[in-house]
Design a protein around this ligand. Structure first.
Ligand code: ISE
Length: 337
């Protein structure tokens, strides 16, 4: 029997996930859509045949229509929703971030541990991108020697009017704070932000691009170019420098066109296409895990660690030099099984 999923929030990511579950995922159906905005709710329900609409999460939890919940609301609403889903004992895939602050993330971690069963997977989809997986295996194999440095580029064509300076960290570099330790096998020890010349085409409220420097406890040094007004497209790529070689992921690929004296390969416009396969694999892994009663991706504790890094990153936006990151040891409850 299919896993009946309630999708909470039908904005850009919620709508994308609803289409994904309906068209690309096996073993699951969308049974409910929770969205206070009537127009969005209606549009989402049109993509999810048989699903029922709700205006709040409590309604769907009381209805018994959901075996699992996918939370795709903005981050400030995650804590309350996660605590309600944990209380109902349902598996949940929560879009990033887990929550916006370390304190609220820790409350979620404590609530999950108190319930005695891991139920939360956080939507850090890069872990499900095949090239990231391959790079992680290469690092672990040491086929080119030890990893020394990572140069990461995270470029967005543009950002919405709601995007403010702290979101360079909380909304965007948040992904690197999850995926870099996962790749490099270390723990973030410090975060520093440097400002190059400002992009005069950036919205007035933003001082960007920024260069984020992360030091890991295993000596690996990481720089992240975070750039959100680059215009030409969406680009997320990484160069890994080893003792005996270099590896690159996220390079433009696909049809190469030689025409009229030019050479061109199309670039993505946004993350929904750049990471489409990763999102599909993430949601499929979550569904398969939920049906077996296990969490198959980044945990709530991973989400908490990222929240701690983000708090340091936001501090570093306004400070010269590195900000120290202090992370607790992983509780036995979350130790790798
Ligand atoms: C957005 O929220 C995402 O999660 C994207 O992956 C990221 O590239 C973008 O910068 C964020 O705004």
């Amino acid at each position: 029997q299919d896993l009946r999923i309630a999708v909470v929030g039908a904005g850009m990511m919620g709508a994308d996930h609803i289409r994904r579950i309906t068209t690309a995922i096996t073993g699951a159906t969308v049974s409910a859509v929770v969205e206070p905005d009537a127009a969005r709710r209606g549009a989402a329900l049109a993509d999810a045949p048989g699903a029922q609409g709700f205006t709040d999460l409590d309604g769907v939890l009381a209805s018994g229509l959901a075996d699992a919940v996918l939370i795709a609301t903005p981050g400030q609403f995650h804590e309350e929703a996660l605590l309600a889903v944990l209380a109902a004992g349902l598996p949940v895939l929560c879009e990033k971030p887990l929550t916006k602050e370390p304190e609220s993330s820790w409350r979620v971690v404590e609530a999950e541990m108190a319930g005695g069963k891991q139920l939360i997977q956080v939507g850090f989809m890069r872990r499900f991108d095949r090239e990231y997986e391959q790079l992680r295996a290469l690092i672990a194999d040491r086929a080119a020697g030890e990893l020394v440095m990572l140069h990461a580029r995270h470029r967005n064509a543009s950002v919405p009017a709601s995007y403010v300076q702290s979101m360079l960290i909380n909304d965007s570099v948040v992904h690197e704070f999850d995926v870099v330790p996962w790749l490099a096998g270390g723990v973030v020890r410090s975060v520093e932000v440097k400002y190059p010349r400002r992009n005069s085409g950036a919205p007035e409220r933003l001082r960007e691009p920024i260069l984020v420097i992360m030091e890991l406890d295993n000596g690996v040094l990481v720089d992240v170019e975070m750039n959100v007004s680059i215009g030409f497209g969406y680009q997320v790529s990484t160069e890994a420098v080893f003792e005996q070689g270099v590896a690159r992921i996220g390079e433009p690929s696909g049809l190469q066109l030689f025409q009229a004296g030019r050479f061109a390969v199309a670039e993505h416009a946004d993350y929904t296409t750049r990471f489409r396969e990763a999102y599909d694999r993430q949601v499929q892994a979550w569904v398969d895990g939920a049906r077996r009663g296990v969490v198959a991706g980044p945990s709530a504790f991973d989400g908490y660690k990222v929240a701690v890094c983000c708090a340091a990153g936001v501090e570093a936006l306004d400070k010269e030099g590195p900000v120290t990151v202090d992370l607790p040891v992983t509780p036995a409850f979350y130790a790798e099984r």
